[in-house]
Design a protein around this ligand. Sequence first.
Ligand SMILES: [Zn+2]
Length: 401
Amino acid sequence: MNQPVPADLRAAVQERRSLLEQLSLDLHTTPETRFEEHYAAEQLAGRLAAAGFEVSKGVADLPTAFTATHRGPVDGPTVAVLLEYDALPGIGHACGHNLIAAGGLTAAVAAAAVRPDHPGTLMVIGTPGEEGGGGKILMLERGVFDGVDAAVMFHPGDRSLMARHALAVCHLRLTFHGVAAHAAKMPWDGRSAAAGAQLFLTAVDSLRQFVPPTARVHGIIAHGGSAPNVVPDRAEVDLFIREATSAALDALVPRVLAAADGAALATGTTVETAETAPRYAERNDNLVMGRRIAAYTAGLGLELEPPSPANPAGSSDIGNVSIKLPAIHPYVQIGPRDTPSHSVPMREAARSPRAHTAATTMATAMAALVLDLLADPEFLAEVRAEFHASALCSTAGQESS
Ligand SMILES: [Zn+2]
């Protein structure tokens, strides 16, 4: 199905294409990692204030989080456009969050400019720390999403998708403590924390065959010692444990922790475990909104593929939002299919003319969707009905999904 975006809205986004591109490139050349996105937050909040939005910075006790609201003359729903703007450590904007920020902002600014008298509240929520910080989860817990009726965003990627499953994830840091000793003169006095870490990762490999095919357990040795001639007294493993649902994740985490205890026991070390972010839930994409945005993009010449279990899944903190209120997270292709996310080719794609054309199309469709949600109570009722039905389904069917 194909639905035309109103011509004035389409023109308003086109007029702002250079703003979108400049902002996107500016963020791309100034990558900031989770919760350090001071420059990005400043730029985005500043532009929203200049466009007549009422801005609150540092919301939810997060210095780089913000909200910006545009209230219409009559009461109505609250619809939020979510922005992400954090980069990855070491590699920069290899997840393309510069496009999420620039595209989302352009959608909101264009929608408010064309329909200043929209009912209800058009909100932009600046959500920092998506990459391993769970910024949206903290903001959800701290009340920023209270009263929000629906939340929309898009994500760049290697294909264009109306919706895609995302895995629940637990971010773990395991610190093994041993006893330092000279590695040649008195190794028997030492207990190697690196040996504990090594045996733990081997134990995870042994466990791997006996977990569901939906599980993913992967990590790095973040610290393995300081010098080869010193038995390491500290080693750190950073590990992600992922599963199709939060319930399945909750069942898997204790098995991985037991492997760590076993490795520590075997090597005479001890292990401390800490979750470095709140657990991300699986995503519950709202398909009523998904079909509407796909109809708008189709009208603009961009087909979003319908959901398919064949598409590989990652994780995102919008999962937790999507089980509390209707939300969407469609993908738009910005580079060749199968370009891996978090790679150098994806980082380069995220600054390309193709990416800016894709983000402009998504901004246009998203602006139209947001105005529908604000002004068409029947459509919002349909969105809500699907949300309530799917929320029940996901609770009832967690074991089988
Ligand atoms: Zn991302």
